[in-house]
Design a protein around this ligand. Structure first.
Ligand SMILES: Nc1ncnc2c1ncn2[C@@H]1O[C@H](COP(=O)(O)OP(=O)(O)O)[C@@H](O)[C@H]1O
Ligand SMILES: [Mg+2]
Length: 257
């Protein structure tokens, strides 16, 4: 599928006409706008090497924090610890003050969604991919709810398409919709636009920013794009060799580093 198709479907004026209510109803107990995400002395060592070294940060509800730093700095390792895709070897993560090891991993990952650089969709239709998370919890999304999610991410009418026919940008939109189907309170983004051409990347960035703001989701975005950090994140932290070098208002941090 050509990139032209992506751009044609990137119609934000059309998508904002759809209310978010059906999407919110998609969740049994979705209570966004309230998540404080905190790391306390968070560390992870593998084979004696510290990939993440003693990081303590607090991210209040609705804040977008950017994580920047050179390749291999531990940005992805840090992010993966935040919803326990990897296990800390020191310290922990707190959700509204509760140690996340007290929360069942599936519930944790429902509350803190993740979108990676490349969309990981399983073979089948777009609709099946979107319904997957809720179904795991025994919750069936209605056709109306799936349609609302697809409208929201700028892919109206994509329900029955096979994911193997999607462009990179479209696939990334589907993975955003799939994450939203879980009504997360927090969102972890690992270079969500870096595998896309510039037009698709900008479209995804705008979509994510709109959604984060309208749901006041607490968000951590790894990006090597400083302009993107400046557009999206109120605060930025710099990682190097697994350690926190600095954290502060994005403009100040990017000015100094
Ligand atoms: N599972 C792993 N086992 C051992 N080393 C790893 C593992 N994952 C990443 N690393 C190493 O940890 C360091 C940080 O990697 P990563 O978090 O992917 O960095 P970044 O996302 O900032 O580029 C790198 O040196 C990488 O090679
Ligand atoms: Mg990385």
């Amino acid at each position: 599928m050509s990139e032209t198709t992506v751009i044609q479907n990137t119609n934000f004026n059309a998508t904002v006409e759809y209310p978010d209510e059906a999407v919110r109803r998609a969740s049994v107990d979705g209570t966004p706008e309230t998540l404080t995400l905190e790391t306390r002395n968070l560390s992870r060592a593998v084979s004696g090497k510290l990939l993440v070294n003693d990081i303590s940060v607090q991210i209040p509800p609705g804040e977008v924090l950017a994580v920047v730093g050179p390749s291999g700095a531990g940005k992805s390792s840090f992010l993966r610890l935040l919803n326990r895709l990897d296990e800390p070897t020191g310290g922990s993560v707190l959700l509204n003050g509760t140690d996340y090891r007290e929360i069942a991993p599936r519930e944790l990952r429902r509350r803190v969604g993740m979108v990676m650089q490349t969309a990981w969709l399983f073979p089948g239709t777009v609709a099946a991919n979107i319904a997957f998370g809720p179904r795991q919890r025994g919750e069936i999304l209605t056709e109306e709810q799936i349609a609302a999610l697809l409208n929201r991410v700028g892919l109206p009418g994509y329900q029955d398409r096979d994911v193997s026919n999607l462009s990179g940008g479209e696939a990334q939109r589907v993975s955003v919709a799939r994450t939203l189907a879980n009504a997360p309170e927090g969102l972890l983004l690992d270079e969500p636009t870096s595998a896309l051409d510039e037009a698709s990347a900008r479209g995804i960035e705008e979509l994510l920013l709109d959604i984060i703001q309208e749901r006041r989701m607490t968000c951590v975005i790894v990006t090597h794009n400083r302009l993107q950090a400046a557009r999206i994140a109120s605060r930025t932290m710099v990682l190097e060799s697994g350690g926190l070098v600095t954290i502060g208002p994005t403009k100040e941090v990017l000015h100094d580093h």
